[in-house]
Ligand binder design. Structure first.
Ligand code: FRU
Length: 518
């Protein structure tokens, strides 16, 4: 009874607060009121998050006519996973996002799981014309009834097209276009145009491996080959493949990259994304890579894929900034989860083989305003800085990472730390006392580690903090930790200490909000 009265009281407070917020706006779906200011506790200020309700994987990343589209796994009824739709947002600069109406709704074939979008320039599908090429979405249908009935073939692949640059979509009448011959996890098609063989190539996952298909019209698909049953990490089911070519930095050598998300089985627990560097001849992907490689050793970068059709063949990656271990339990209300910052992928070669780096797009710089430029600081004793609020900041510096170094960010009772440990050749990130951690055990019960090779040349360390996330990029994206954090009070203190004599190029920036830019 008292609890009910209390709930009514809170409800009235919430309503009156909402009324005071005169800038509350109605989004294009009209059914939901969007707080223009995105001011709820933990609401990311410069990462994409949906106006309300549940979001997971990025889907259908495609650039067309000056617009970057971001579709995403969306459940519009609740802040936990449920029957999947494709939400939609667009951006012209990969910084600011405009919310769009839901793009794809479940239908008689099932829920709409992850997939991709291509620009059909030649109108191979016949859905549009060469003058007005259609956008074609290729996605997984998940038939809940069939799953409940105990069948294994409940995931199939379907397509839909848009003739108005993604505003409205029509499902293909002969869906599904790839049926299932009894594979339980059969999903997440990523399609691209393969120049050399002049046809579409589709990658999808089938439980413990990837499969490649080819098509001339996006409607009829032929199975080409499989990859991965005996290669890579297999601690969980394979998900969200992405196959694309990339030039090795500073050379003309081209390699093919295959991203595979896996859940569970990531190096620091739960969900993570591994990659393979190899060759694709139009039919088969091969690699001589024998070790495991991960795009990010943080716990919150999953199901990431890259944009199709970007000018200059730039590879822009976005991941879902969460982990299936606790995605449904994080302490946010109104909405749940955000995307990583858009990152540019690049390939480097060193003695250990090919390394896939990921690093924020340079367009992000436009959001930064210098707060403190400290230049060089001595580490003869620990360096400490206290500001009002460090929750929307970037801290960067250059350091000799062959020496031990610890970076701590926190408030008077909570903290996170990054420890460069050259003796163990390990980077360590600890969020066990970062704030609210007790919503699920694996969130904060161990120190995250990542192998690294200490070098005496200076490396850049870049830490980007939003209201509930911390992205750490070392050596321009060679080593990355992406993590959510939920402090109960803003972090305000920075401590740097270690064995190096000094840190150079030390900079602190404030990051403007993309939802409420001043
Ligand atoms: C990855 C994933 C995909 C699937 C989608 C469902 O996070 O499990 O494999 O298509 O989420 O929402």
């Amino acid at each position: 009874m008292f609890r009910n009265l209390f709930a009514v009281f809170i409800f009235f407070i919430a309503i009156s607060c909402k009324q005071k917020n005169s800038k509350a706006a109605v989004d294009p779906q009209e059914s939901i009121v969007v707080s223009e200011f995105y001011q709820e506790p933990y609401r990311p200020q410069f990462h994409f998050s949906p106006p309300e309700k549940w979001m997971n994987d990025p889907n259908g990343l495609v650039y067309h006519q000056g617009v970057y589209h971001l579709f995403y796994q969306y459940y519009p009824e609740d802040i936990v996973w449920g029957p999947m739709h494709w939400g939609h947002a667009t951006s012209k600069d990969m910084i600011h996002w405009e919310h769009k109406p839901i793009a794809l709704y479940p239908d008689e074939h099932g829920l709409i799981f992850s997939g991709s979008v291509v620009v059909d320039h030649q109108n191979s599908s016949g859905f549009g014309s060469k003058e007005h090429p259609p956008l074609v979405a290729i996605f997984t249908y998940h038939d809940m009834d069939a799953e409940r009935a105990g069948r294994l073939d409940y995931q199939t692949q379907g397509i839909a097209y848009s003739l108005d640059n993604g505003e409205t979509w029509t499902k293909y009448e002969d869906n599904p276009v790839i049926s299932n011959d009894g594979i339980k996890d059969f999903r997440d098609p990523k399609v691209f145009w393969h120049e050399k063989s002049s046809r579409w190539i589709l990658s999808l996952v089938a439980g413990d491996h990837a499969r490649f298909y080819a098509s001339s019209n996006l409607k009829k698909w032929e199975l080409l080959s499989e990859f991965g049953k005996e290669v890579g990490a297999h601690g969980g089911v394979w998900e969200c493949p992405d196959l694309f070519p990339l030039k090795v930095n500073g050379t003309d050598e081209e390699k093919w990259v295959l991203l595979i998300s896996i859940n569970p089985g990531a190096p620091n627990g739960g969900s993570g994304t591994q990659y393979f560097i190899g060759d694709f001849d139009g039919n088969t992907f091969t690699t001589s890579q024998t070790d495991l490689r991960w795009i990010d050793y943080g716990m919150d970068n999953y199901a990431g894929v890259t944009y199709n059709n970007v000018p200059n063949n730039d590879r822009i990656f976005i991941g879902w900034m969460s982990n299936w271990n606790y995605a449904r339990d994080t302490p946010t209300q109104v909405w749940r989860s955000a995307m990583t910052l858009p990152r540019k992928l690049s390939l480097e070669k060193d003695a250990s083989g090919y390394i896939l780096k990921n690093y924020p797009l340079s367009s992000f710089e436009a959001l930064k305003s210098p707060e403190e430029v400290l230049n060089t600081i001595s580490l003869s004793e620990p360096f400490q800085l206290t500001l009002d609020n460090l929750m929307q900041n970037e801290i960067s510096f250059e350091a000799d990472l062959s020496k031990e170094l610890t970076v701590v960010l926190g408030n008077d009772s909570e903290k996170v730390s990054l420890h460069i440990n050259p003796v163990e050749k390990r980077l360590e990130f600890d969020r066990s006392r970062s704030g609210i951690v007790n919503f699920e055990e694996s969130f904060g019960n161990k120190i995250q580690t990542q192998p690294y090779l200490p070098v005496t040349s200076l490396s850049e360390v870049r830490i980007i903090i939003d209201q509930s996330s911390m992205e750490i990029f070392i050596d321009k994206g060679k080593y990355v930790f992406t993590n959510q954090i939920f402090p109960t009070k803003p972090y305000s203190q920075l401590t740097l200490q270690g064995d190096a004599k000094e840190l150079t190029q030390v900079k602190l920036f404030k990051i403007n909000s993309i939802w409420n830019e001043k």
